[in-house]
Ligand binder design. Sequence first.
Ligand SMILES: [Zn+2]
Length: 209
Amino acid sequence: MADPPRRGRPSAPTFIVPPPLPPVDLPNLDINIRQLAAVTSSVFDCMRWLAEHCLITNTFSCQACDQPMRLQKREGRDYIDGYVWCCPGCQRRNSIRINSLFEGSHLQLVQILDIVYWWCRDLRQVHVIQETGVSKKTVIVWQKYIRDVCAQYVIDHPVQLGGRNRTVEIDESKFMNRKYNRGRFREGQWVLGMVERETDNCCLIPVDD
Ligand SMILES: [Zn+2]
């Protein structure tokens, strides 16, 4: 496997993973915590895994001059991930987290990934705190945020429910986590939810009240 790019290397790559990216089916991803830990054991490995799964961008063009930005190593407090996108033209820099779930957080990428993993596994909050070393307050914020992201996915990918010998359960919920301010829910948005008991297929519809 190629070495991670070094600071100042004139030919720093314009990608995290050499393209083309392997095909990915994130909703059906089947991985256990040992496998996940093995493929995300260093910061760069974690970045690579996230890029392969389209959870961070694999390439990025400068928003000022539209050139492909280069992935450069950067150390210090301001560079939590150790790498940034750097424009060879105007020297503008962008976080490798740009336009991702991870943008704006002070947590390590792997800590967020672990919170997401344990949320998917329904691990109790007290154990998520133990496993990740993240404070209770931060875990709660992230769990609400993940819930909002998943709800938005369900809204954007509607499926037809019901029919012969099918039972549909209906409930309502209020989504209001705005900390990272990237979901499309309004403050305190009510959402009508329907779940087909036999299949777990579900449907969410934002409603006014
Ligand atoms: Zn530029």
